[in-house]
Design a protein around this ligand. Structure first.
Ligand SMILES: Nc1ncnc2c1ncn2[C@@H]1O[C@H](COP(=O)(O)OP(=O)(O)OP(=O)(O)O)[C@@H](O)[C@H]1O
Length: 294
């Protein structure tokens, strides 16, 4: 059974004057998915998201969110949480006041204390926004987005400026929302995060998708890699497509399991230990580099 479509983008074009920032983009996001919209700088991600979020009208094409035009804010807004790259909070409001204000605008029910606790800002509830650090402001951004546990959450570069603990905490909260069925749209330049977490990925470059699919489908377009620290013997390994790079042996292969098996058998016969051995599909950032260079 196909899950319900939450976001449906069909043949979307966004123009600024004569410049086409997004050209004929089509994709769907289904209930419960984490969809990562990735791309090079200026690829058109923000322009696309602004249309889906109802902040910009499409030059042409059709966009539906929960089956409605996103500009129909009264029905779409209460079901949608948005964490923008730059929020522009009023500097003289306190953290609690900001959350209360944004919470009431979102028309979702929640307790500010609960949300501040979730994002670790409870001790700063009475602090003015102007006195927060960059990372704390990002956490307040996140708090406003998850206020009332929305069904659909947009996360635009959510972990930029966050320390590792805050990142882990943010993803834990997102995972909990997903367990309750929330749908997530993520944009990030941290491709590792997308690789780990996205169900599907759209890779944009110059206004179009260059690839779209699951992480496995996308990373399969490039060979997998085996790498280990070079030794005198490694010149003789029985594999093709071997490169040496800065003391590391790098093997590119479309038959990862078989080649890995052969390599390990070869090392066993010689009683060699392959130090720093790593094997796996290529990383999303390599696919990204390959599309960004054309
Ligand atoms: N208001 C605007 N007027 C004119 N051109 C714009 C406007 N907003 C964006 N653009 C242009 O449209 C293109 C796409 O911009 P957009 O912000 O959607 O890209 P992006 O993928 O979000 O980029 P980044 O990763 O750098 O944030 C860019 O070339 C940008 O210069």
């Amino acid at each position: 059974m196909t899950r319900e479509t939450v976001i449906d983008v069909h043949d979307l074009t966004v123009r600024y004057g004569t410049f086409e920032a997004v050209t004929g983009l089509s994709f769907e996001v289904r209930r419960g998915e984490l969809y990562a919209l990735l791309g090079t700088n200026g690829a058109g991600k923000s322009s696309t998201l602004e249309v889906i979020e109802g902040h910009r009208t499409a030059s042409s094409g059709e966009v539906r969110v929960f089956g409605e035009p996103p500009t129909r804010r009264r029905s779409v807004r209460p079901r949608t949480g948005i964490m923008l790259q730059e929020s522009g909070f009023a500097e003289d409001l306190t953290v609690r006041e900001t959350l209360g204000l944004i919470g009431s605008l979102s028309q979702r029910e929640d307790r500010p204390e609960r949300v501040l606790d979730v994002v670790g800002l409870a001790p700063k509830a009475a602090t003015r926004v102007s006195q927060l650090s960059g990372g704390e402001k990002r956490r307040l951004d996140f708090a406003t987005a998850i206020f009332g546990s929305p069904e659909l959450l947009f996360l635009d570069e959510p972990t930029t400026g966050l320390d590792i603990q805050s990142r882990d905490a943010l993803w834990e909260t997102v995972d909990r929302l997903r367990e309750d069925g929330a749908t997530i749209v993520l944009t990030t330049h941290y491709l590792e995060e997308a690789q780990q977490r996205a169900d599907r990925v759209g890779l944009m470059h110059r206004g179009r998708f260059r690839m779209e699919g699951t992480v496995a489908e996308i990373t399969r377009t490039l060979p997998a890699t085996i790498s280990f620290r070079a030794t005198a013997e490694s010149a003789e390994i029985p594999l093709e497509h071997v490169r040496r790079d800065d003391g590391t042996v790098l093997v590119e292969t479309h038959a990862l399991q078989g080649d890995l098996h052969r390599l390990l058998a070869w090392a066993d016969e010689r009683d060699l230990e392959l130090l720093e051995l790593e094997a796996g599909p290529t990383r999303l950032d390599n696919v990204f580099r390959s599309i960004a260079n054309d």
